[in-house]
Ligand binder design. Structure first.
Ligand code: SF4
Ligand code: ZN
Length: 348
């Protein structure tokens, strides 16, 4: 049976049905609709003002590739300029190939690219070295919990290096729903309270961050990459399989099969949550070492690096309110690794 005509132009044959709406569209109309929706997200949310120098966190993966491509298309209308910023975490057998994809994108799209490396920023620590240091303690939940903290810091440093005024990352709706689910499953009310909205305004001197693809489904991101024939790196990081996020992802797939709106419902639920006063996180402090926002004496990144340098890798963030000045649970040996309760999305 031939494909139906495109519901938008009525001329070409439809190439897909949109996963959420079921609307049959041709390739051209789908890509135009996808770009228009990202434009609407940015404009309606006032995410990127005219004149903004935008650092795009580029990992070589599908999400950041689609984000960079769409923003490059929209840049003249938005009045923004783009810089690609990639982070080399120092993960053997993975990151080099992903960075090669970012370099090809930068060359093809004629976008400036800056690569910042954990080893340079963090006193020689690579993610592989962190993984070796935290292994065997029996308490390290996953490398992603540590990597997420360092990568956030590295992207901030890279963005400042290129004179960016804003940072954008490629998190899509599925990523955000997984994060909300993880926070619920862990009872992490502090993160639930901060998890809503399309980005952060840049508290504590940090650059404003936003996620223009936050309302786009993962399926449509993949379809857009396919129809635009984008060149991206699709292998999984060697540390990703151990991440708790994988369980949230599996659960979300089951929920979505039963209720197709589950992904967006979860994303919006985080925006509408109201915490009881007793559950609200304490007011943020300033890291005594780097000046970033912190819940204790040191921010997460400084606490982690401090622990690694002392041979006692640990990090206490998330549910509790412990910082470096409260080294883990009462009575626990200081050498034990305490991983943060949060976990990075395994892509930018
Ligand atoms: Fe870091 Fe992503 Fe790899 Fe986790 S999956 S270790 S967050 S690069
Ligand atoms: Zn700090």
């Amino acid at each position: 049976m031939p494909a139906p005509p495109c519901a938008s132009c009525g001329k070409a044959r439809a190439a897909l049905r949109r996963p959420r709406s079921g609307q049959a569209l041709c390739r051209t109309c789908f890509c135009a609709a996808f770009e228009a929706e990202v434009l609407h997200t940015v404009v309606a949310g006032r995410l990127l003002p005219r004149g903004a120098v935008v650092a795009v966190g580029a990992s070589g993966g599908k999400d950041s590739t689609v984000l960079a491509h769409v923003l490059r298309e929209l840049a003249p209308r938005l009045g923004i300029s783009l810089q690609l910023v990639a982070v080399d975490e120092g993960i053997g057998g993975y990151r080099d190939a992903a960075l090669a994809a970012v370099r090809r994108q930068a060359a093809r799209w004629e976008l400036p690219l800056t690569v910042v490396a954990y080893a340079d920023l963090f006193g020689g620590w690579t993610m592989d070295a962190v993984a070796r240091s935290t292994a065997g303690s029996g308490r390290s939940r996953s490398c992603c919990t540590f990597c997420g903290v360092l990568r956030r810091r590295a992207l901030e440093e890279g963005a400042r290096l290129v004179g960016a005024t804003h940072i954008v990352t490629g998190h899509n709706a599925d990523d955000m729903a997984e994060t909300v689910l993880m926070n619920f499953l862990r009872g992490d009310v502090g993160r639930l309270a901060r998890g809503g909205g399309l980005g952060s305004a840049g508290e504590g001197g940090a650059l404003p961050r936003c996620r223009p693809l936050q309302l786009a489904s993962q399926k449509e991101v993949v379809l857009y990459a396919h129809f635009r024939r984008l060149d991206y790196f699709s292998e999984e990081c060697v540390y990703a399989p151990e991440a708790f996020r994988g369980h949230a992802r599996d659960l979300l797939k089951l929920l979505e099969a039963a209720r197709p709106s589950a992904v967006l419902d979860l994303v919006h639920s985080a925006e509408r949550l109201a915490l009881a006063p007793s559950a609200r996180p304490p007011p943020a402090r300033t890291c005594s070492r780097c000046g970033a926002l912190a819940s204790g004496a040191l921010c997460q990144a400084c606490a982690l690096l401090d622990g690694l340098d002392r041979g006692r890798p640990r990090l206490a963030i998330g549910k509790g309110r412990r910082g470096l000045d409260e080294m883990g649970p009462r009575g626990a040996p200081r050498e034990q690794v305490q991983a943060p309760a949060s976990e990075a999305v395994p892509s930018f």
